[in-house]
Design a protein around this ligand. Structure first.
Ligand SMILES: [Zn+2]
Length: 75
């Protein structure tokens, strides 16, 4: 894990599990990258212990579906 992009701290904490990208907090963050029609993709949150900056990384499982997806285009 690289240093925090906001404050350059190396005190980054990654949550131990992946979380669902769909839920009560807003729209689906990673549409069409779930394991099946009714499963949403998962992500891993990372928080900086010094400034609180939060980052979210798509799980390896979700990233593995990007290249075969017709809904996601390479930017
Ligand atoms: Zn920070």
């Amino acid at each position: 894990m690289k240093a925090c992009p906001e404050c350059d701290s190396d005190r980054q904490y990654r949550y131990e599990k992946t979380l669902s990208a769909q839920g009560g907090y807003g729209p689906d963050m990673l549409p069409k990258l779930g394991a099946g029609m009714f499963k949403s993709a998962t992500f891993v949150p990372v928080v900086c212990a010094d400034c609180g900056f939060m980052r979210f990384f798509a799980s390896a499982d979700a990233r593995g579906r990007l290249e075969g997806s017709k809904k996601w285009t390479r930017a």
